[in-house]
Ligand binder design. Sequence first.
Ligand code: IVH
Length: 677
Amino acid sequence: MSQEFQAASEEAMGLRAAIEDHNYRYYVLDDPSVPDAEYDRLMQRLRQLEARFPDLITPDSPTQRVGAMPSDSFETVEHRLPMLSLDNAFEEQDLLDFDRRVRDRLKREEEVVYCCEPKLDGIAISVWYEDGRLIRGVTRGDGTAGEDITPNVKTVANIPLKLRGEGYPGTLEVRGEIYLPRAAFDAYNKKALEKGDKVFVNPRNAAAGSLRQLDPKVTATRALEMCCYSVGFVEGGELPGSQRQILEKLKEWGLKINPLTERVTGAQACLEYYRSIMQQRDGLAYDIDGVVFKVDDLALQEALGYVSRAPRWAIAHKFPAQEEMTVLEAVDFQVGRTGAVTPVARLHPVFVGGVTVSNATLHNMDEIRRLDLHVGDSVVIRRAGDVIPQVVSVVPEKRPQNAAVIQRPETCPVCGSDIIQLEGEVVARCSGGLYCAAQRKEAIKHFASRKAMDIEGLGDKLVDILIEKELISTPASLFTLRVADIAALERMGQKSAENLIKALEKAKSTTLPRFIFGLGIREVGEATAKTLANHFGSLEKLQQATIEDLEEVSDIGPVSAGHIKSFFEQPHNLETIEELRSHGVHWQDIEQVSREGLPLDGQSVVVTGTLTNMTRDEAKDLLVSLGAKAAGSVSAKTSFLVAGEKAGSKLTKAEQLGVQVYNEEAFLAKVKEWKGE
Ligand code: IVH
């Protein structure tokens, strides 16, 4: 054995031990000691060593989680001990009855000790360890036989390929639930939607779908986890005599158990556990559908035995379902801050996830098409965690004859303005701007904000209250507020009212960039407002600017130019501006450098294609500094065109119109000439 190999072998062993330790801390203890990047570096180094010396690769190396070849189909494997199911309790009384039966059978009056565990909503799995090494992963299947999905199970990051510590039986079958955490589910669906792929309706289906992949590389991308809740077939070793102790042992050996597991005495304590977990349910990182109570003492379990396919010593106490079916009665369209028009499902009220739900978001028209949703449809509603209720699917066989196709309105349901949907955008918007009551509220908040008019003391909450009390309705109406109006509001004294009026008075004296930003024109952020102010110098000039004028400004493309132009075309926006001015809102115009006497004064120029010495915007700025107007499109009035590489239609048009064209080299030579260099 070469010295080098020997050294690599020792290093690989050290790396594996470290990585396994990090895995254990991260997945089982929820207490990682190193940042992800460090973990990644260790993995990377181990991969390097194994690539250099393939003989170093062991089947249980952390690098071997993915790598098995895709199989054609899964083999059916019989369970050595059947995987049972559980009886369900829905009401508290069902649980009390269960406890009574247990005590009657055991012929004892004293209270029974139960092991209480959350009931994870995932896929039941059996994982086999032979001398501490993972050799097989099998689905529950029908309880008697399941599918051998070993390569996929090996990709689940928190399932150890090799058990930790010592004292584990030679043959150990561990049972538990494989699930997809909610965050991973949401992230997966978000991506799938963007790519136009199929989404999963809930984390459970996502987990099932991910485990059923023929290619384990796909499974490996899904961030699945496993939580263990019992053992199956055990040989060649002893296990402790209670459920709780067995779980503790599993944890010692590196397997994840649920940290919310508790040992309690008596049925009343079980009910308390149920209520406490139910309260925590929405905040958990994964879906649960109830809790499981198990007689803790294995000797008592044995005495109780089984009835058909379920143990007499355990019961599942179910929570209200997070998915329910109801009927879609109507679809309304709501208008948001930026005018985005969002369809909202009006549902026949249904109790789901612990609350009565009668509305659900539908996001946009694409979503309605994706679901193939019709009014009158029976739909599946999901309310999990504190997420707003979602329509996850339609039940097609329940569609009534008169089910109606859903159409987006042509005009805004709030203000009647046209609804516009730009090509390539999924969101449709009300074009009403400040005229639209729905948009006005948010517009006022934006207008008052720190980077706009900076009205001190006028926060979002106060705006809500002022609108609710009908004291304001537009940005301009802010300036009609009186001390007495504000002082009369709850939690607003005379002093704070006076301060607000003072702040409003102070805000009247503003700057042109702040005022332009405060108008809330789409795509005009703080920086663009500044650029526009500096370029045009006055609000009047900006208002009169044509699309071409606007496109001359660096950083303004055709889309923003269109938004700016149409903003100033709406009479109500002009009225608002006038009103603000009449209330005394003022600013200083920005002095414009005169073009007179500059070499390109009076010339209109266009820049197109890719330049190598500067960007197009830099070229435009250079031309403007020489007195030219930089236009966005070529016309007969164009004085000359600067055409870089890959120039297209603008070059063709200039040639057709006989407009002078300079390539980059000629342009730079000309610049020197114009500058008199
Ligand atoms: S014990 C004989 N414990 O619920 C006992 N099951 O309806 C068998 N489940 O298929 C199961 N969390 O997949 C048990 N803490 C837990 C559980 C749990 C989820 C699932 C399991 C089983 C189903 C029983």
